[in-house]
Design a protein around this ligand. Structure first.
Ligand SMILES: C[S@@+](CC[C@H](N)C(=O)[O-])C[C@H]1O[C@@H](n2cnc3c(N)ncnc32)[C@H](O)[C@@H]1O
Length: 259
């Protein structure tokens, strides 16, 4: 039976890869590299650097998979993502079937941790559900951008006994969740925090975490929102892409035990 490993490699700092991930990388016969249309060249350079730094032998075969293009303009967001994932599954199934023999080990490197806003596991589950390809699946956790954010700001994500919610900029547009006072926001190109009623909100923001371009800002949203927007705009102009994550915290938490 074929063996597939989904390996978390950290969110930007090549030192933030676990020993388990390095060992898994070095067991691979085939490394599948998914070329995502529109992905910043810097991100694929990071994956190359991981390979260069952590692959002890040069022997792993690299197989590139051309990813299906995603229709980001589609109005039915959910349907567009479903269609795109089905297309991806077909391409991945073809590549795995053609390049990985019985008993071989294949792997995918995943940005941050594979369990957070990453489609790799679900695409592979879809391939498996198709029933034409049998494989064992192993997931190796990685340091996520959420954990890198908390570490760089020197904070815990939760307050005593409190809940933490991880969500997206798209969802935050509906307002600050009412059932959590500490909310981590990913995938938010629109700086949605600035549009919320934010009298009582602090923000801990980080961009390009773990990289030499890292940016960090923390403070009351009312005071630092403009600065974050300016830094984000300038960085986007300079580099052409931005990856940022932030924690929003109700100063006078409604729910945490120590509020
Ligand atoms: C497709 S998700 C992937 C998340 C990834 N699996 C993880 O564990 O961090 C991409 C989002 O992750 C966040 N992100 C990933 N790397 C980051 C970094 N180095 N600095 C700040 N945010 C990052 C951003 O919110 C970005 O929009």
């Amino acid at each position: 039976v074929r063996h597939l490993a989904v390996i978390g490699i950290g969110a930007g700092d090549p030192d933030q890869i676990t020993l388990q991930a390095v060992a898994a990388l070095n067991r691979l016969d085939v490394l599948f590299v998914v070329d995502k249309p529109g992905e910043a060249a810097e991100l694929s350079r990071f994956r190359d650097e991981i390979r260069r730094r952590h692959l002890a032998r040069g022997g792993v075969e690299v197989v590139r998979i051309r990813d299906a293009a995603r229709d980001r303009a589609a109005s039915a967001y959910g349907d567009a993502v479903k269609f795109w994932r089905a297309e991806r599954a077909r391409a991945w199934e073809r590549a795995i079937g053609a390049e990985l023999g019985d008993g071989d080990r294949g792997g995918f490197l995943v940005w941050g941790d594979p369990a957070l806003y990453d489609g790799t596991i679900s695409v592979l589950e879809r391939v498996r559900a198709g029933g034409r390809l049998r494989f064992e699946l192993e997931v190796i956790p990685g340091v996520s951008s959420v954990h890198a954010l908390a570490a760089r700001h020197g904070i815990a994500l939760n307050r005593i006994g409190g809940a933490v919610q991880i969500t997206t900029g798209r969802r935050l547009r509906a307002g600050m969740p009412t059932d959590a006072d500490d909310v981590v926001v990913m995938l938010d190109p629109s700086c949605t925090f600035a549009e919320l009623a934010h009298d009582d909100l602090d923000i801990y923001w980080g961009a390009y975490l773990g990289t030499p371009d890292e940016l960090l800002v923390a403070g009351p949203v009312a005071e630092v929102a403009d600065e974050i927007r300016r830094l984000r705009r300038e960085a986007r102009t300079r580099k052409g892409w931005v990856m940022d994550t932030y924690l929003l915290r109700r100063r006078h938490g409604r729910r945490s035990v120590d509020a």
